[in-house]
Design a protein around this ligand. Sequence first.
Ligand code: NAD
Length: 473
Amino acid sequence: MKTLQNLIDGQWADSRGEIFLDLVNPATEEVIARHPAGSPEDVETAVAAAIAAQPAWAATPVAERAQRITAWADAVAAHADELVELECREMGKPLGIGRTFLDGAVAGLRAAAEEALSYDFERTVVRPDGARTRILRHPLGATAVITPWNFPVTAVLAAIGPLLASGNTVVVKPSERGPLSVVRLLELADMAPGVVNLVLGDARAGTPLAEHEQIRLVHFTGSVATGKRVGAAAGLRLHRAVLELGGKDPVVVDAGVDPVATARAVAFGAFINTGQICTSMERVYVHCDVAEPFVEALVAAAEGFTVGNGLDDGVMLGPLVDRRQRDLVARHVEDAVHKGAKVRTGGGVPEGKGFFYPPTVLTDVDDSMLVMTEETFGPIAPVVVVDSFEEGLERAARSKYGLAATVYTADPDHIDASARIPAGVTWINQWQGGGPERLYEPAGDSGMGATGARAAFDAATRPASMHIPAATA
Ligand code: NAD
């Protein structure tokens, strides 16, 4: 049985902690690796390595840093099938879906390297009297990237590019529920020792890392509850925190859309990755004019997905990541049914091995139910029938979360009105998408800190100004 190791100062080494955890394939319940639960000593040595390596990395010309990052992207692309298979084995994601997202993350890493070449790490403003102001963007120092399990590789790649390209060094702390693919990901990085470090473990590694006095920025992707702790720890130390947290994303389906095509799109948004995407559609508001054919088509689409081991051909939906996550999903559905919801398809834990849960459509739901108010992170589509588009928008806006929203409408005025939903991203007539110019900050409890190519470089650097009077040569 493979025991996973940390990467500290360019060396793969055993954890100094004494507690190890089993990593279980959620489709088969087989133990596939052992990994450390995390220790403060590991964190301490990893942070020390990151601090020691940072001045030389920051002094490396931007073009060379960008070239190293691009080389890593090339290596990840060359090993994409292997990485996707590891993700499938550790957290259940089917290969095809994994590949789509991994390709996107590689493109994102390449884009970060390119962005570095045009980013103004230094610019000079000359005033009419000849005085100059030099505006410098300094790297912050040693930083941390703490990630969740739902996209183990993608989450690291999405965060790390701008940090490295700006001259920061990084300690990566992946989720204890998906460390295997991240170990392989870091094996593929050819960087000077200490530039990228890996510390494995759960909160036993995450807490001392987020609370480390010498970590200048924590880029955290994960749940709202943990994100608030990470943000509080950063606040106490005056460190930066970029927090990409959970959601309860709404989708509003207007009158006048094709109910069948829209239901198929919503089925994809609600069920893909077994509903374990921060921007999964978790609340559906459908106009009464199209509700009946829409629900019928949504049920048919849910029943059309093949659920199984993501390594098998044709499987679209894998298991949930582990028993704990399936229990949570089952609890949300039971709570809804207890309070009067109707199960139109799915519902209930199937017999047999693996942490599977069927794609489930609920109707007759209301805001007294967990499934309408708390992030479920499972393949559940609760549908509310509304009397008007306005009512759909108003109910969509009623949430403590504000990550993303989707609106299907044929009415241009309703497209404009959709901006009223508090969300970082609003997708119109599609789910996901948008170019590199995309810029957003989640609303409400869904996070803190802007996301987007330039914004990520701004977050990864500290501006400083130097004023030089005209008389100075
Ligand atoms: P989680 O908060 O349980 O864990 C996230 C990471 O934090 C893990 O690496 C974990 O080990 C670590 N951690 C745990 N306790 C910690 C502590 N006290 N201090 C520091 N680190 C700690 O989240 P999860 O269950 O792994 O991930 C699912 C969540 O992530 C969902 O809420 C989902 O919506 C969210 N998510 C958000 C985005 C986004 O971009 N907004 C993307 C993916 C996932």
